[in-house]
Write a protein that binds this ligand. Structure first.
Ligand SMILES: [Cu+2]
Length: 112
């Protein structure tokens, strides 16, 4: 059920046609592994991207960092945060938690 929802989120992020795009990422912990999910998000070049970040990990604050777009936010459990940026360049870019090196990272895919 959860994976189906995540897959649907990925599909919707590709098929919607708009100059702006809103995506929600949730930070989960499973067997000690922490990860923002969905782990891969897809946007189009030029879009105004708004990402809502929800931290569901009980251990406290986690980071969300996309170095190539100067996006960086600390997210407390129970306090959603929003980051915005323009997808000004195509390519595959890293998303990670800047607070914990072992926190599993993700990918931002900017398509033409
Ligand atoms: Cu973290």
């Amino acid at each position: 059920m959860k994976m189906g929802f995540l897959f649907l989120s990925m599909i919707l992020s590709v098929s919607a046609f708009s100059a702006s795009r809103s995506i929600t990422l949730v930070n989960y912990e499973t067997n000690g592994v922490k990860q923002w999910l969905p782990g891969t998000i897809i946007v189009k070049k030029g879009e105004e991207v708004e990402i809502t970040l929800i931290n569901n990990v009980p251990s406290g604050v986690h980071g969300f960092f996309i170095p190539d777009f100067d996006v960086k936010k600390d997210v407390k459990k129970g306090v959603p945060e929003v980051v915005k940026f323009t997808a000004s360049k195509e390519g595959l870019f890293n998303m990670k938690c800047h607070l914990h090196p072992k926190h599993v990272g993700g990918q931002l895919f900017v398509i033409p």
